[in-house]
Design a protein around this ligand. Structure first.
Ligand code: 7TS
Length: 410
């Protein structure tokens, strides 16, 4: 069957993003720091302005009209997130402050479920957000942290993973996509093998969600977490998807208003899902804008986004490799549009500073993934991360800027 060819008009898409019209240091902005945070389309900005201009109110507690309107909009947003991730129930969607918050809710909850000597498994490719909360969990419980190693290409060594799994393994947590290298991990296999020994799996989807629409039921993930700001939404809001049975097993993370059923000084009983994990006034506007961002990206379509970004990745890889002395870290055949690299022995920070003078935003440093940098024995990399609103002309501008930086710094 022939695949439908989707027309992808990047110039039209760019008109949706006001920030892409601005200049930086007298040059047109070239924004290649999308893995840190994505830019915001006008429809999402409008959703934010509309909320504060017309129905700003606290939710789930007022009988007045504004409160009801805000509550309805927030719960509709939750349903949009549910549909996007294909969760079975809306109450399996906990709206959080972002990926870091979501992981901490689960790591904190497992304190009462682990005993000394239990094992939990992380991968070598993780962001610090998916390492540190688990180390803290090990300190609290006496559980032992094991690591799935990576190879030179930046892919996980699955044979070792299989050997690490045993009846002692209680939990496995890996990212779907590495933020520092762009590697897409084989999470289907990782989940199946973990389940075979009775371990639960948390997938950190912070970097996959801008490019891939995850189906949590098909994946059979126990937990899947993401941040709205990586996929055209605002900062300070994200999602913790948890299978209903797991969310019932975990204790609440924070105590406070909205997460209770009955409170007396003798005893408090907790509200049902999802409110048990949503103490206090949430980021109401952020949740609603998250829904608007998902609508925007789904209207473009994730297949079109992934296909176009793959084209950018292929082109950028070819062009960057023309620069003598440029080395790319992370060469897996399965990658999103992220390129981490260094030029000769020039410090990444110096290169980043010079290309910024030419209007180009890249990230430099360890990308909150120090174990990956240690593996390659480097202090950091320059990371160009692309989005569906970037163009090949912008990649050409980066190559020219890097050549200039190389000349100035060698
Ligand atoms: N996990 C991964 C894989 C990430 O890439 C990030 C953020 C996080 C977790 C944390 O997300 P947050 O929204 O809670 O902060 N990654 C990056 C990055 O690569 N550059 O800046 C932030």
């Amino acid at each position: 069957m022939q695949k439908e060819i989707v027309m992808f008009d990047v110039h039209k898409i760019r008109e949706d993003f006001p920030i892409l019209q601005r200049e930086v240091n007298g040059k047109p902005l070239v924004y290649f720091d999308n893995a840190a945070t994505s830019q915001t389309p006008q429809v999402v900005i409008d959703a934010i302005v509309n909320y504060y201009s017309t129905y700003n109110a606290n939710i789930h507690r007022g009988v007045h009209t504004l409160s009801q309107e805000a509550t309805d909009a927030y719960e509709i947003a939750r349903q949009k997130v549910q549909a996007h991730f294909n969760a079975q129930h809306a109450h399996e969607i906990i709206l959080t402050a972002g990926t870091t918050h979501s992981i901490n809710i689960v790591a904190s909850g497992f304190t009462s479920l682990l005993s000394s000597g239990d094992e939990i498994i992380v991968s070598a490719l993780e962001h610090h957000s998916n390492i540190v909360p688990w180390q803290m969990l090990c300190e609290r419980t006496g559980a032992v942290l094991k690591v799935i190693p990576m190879d030179e290409e930046g892919t996980l060594v699955l044979d070792t993973y299989e050997a690490l799994l045993s009846e002692k393994t209680k939990l496995v947590f890996v990212n779907h996509v590495s933020n520092a290298l762009g590697t897409i991990n084989p999470i289907e296999t990782i989940i199946t093998q973990a389940h075979a020994v009775g371990a639960a799996v948390l997938i950190d989807g912070a970097q996959s969600c801008p490019h891939i629409k995850p189906d949590v039921q098909a994946l059979d993930a126990d937990f899947y977490v993401a941040s709205a700001h990586k996929l055209c939404g605002p900062t300070g809001v994200g999602v913790l998807y948890g299978k209903e049975e797991w969310l019932h097993k975990l204790p609440p993370y924070q105590g406070g208003g909205e997460m209770i059923d009955q409170v007396t000084f003798e005893k408090t009983t907790y509200a049902g899902l999802p409110h048990k994990f949503e103490a206090g006034t949430p980021n109401i506007c952020g949740g609603i804008a998250f829904g608007a961002a998902l609508d925007y990206m789904n209207a473009i379509g994730f297949e079109s986004i992934a296909a176009y970004e793959h084209e950018l990745l292929t082109y950028a890889t070819q062009q960057l490799l023309q620069i003598e002395g440029l080395k790319i870290y992370g060469t897996s055949a399965h990658k999103t549009a992220v390129i981490s690299f260094n030029i000769d022995n020039i410090h990444p920070y110096d290169v980043g500073t010079i290309v910024d003078k030419l209007g180009i935003a890249v990230r430099t440093g360890h990308h909150c993934a120090q174990p990956i940098m240690d593996f390659y024995k480097i202090p950091g990399t320059i990371r160009a991360s692309f989005s569906f609103y970037n163009t090949k002309e912008e990649i050409d501008a980066l190559v020219t800027a890097l050549q200039k930086a190389k000349m100035m710094l060698s």
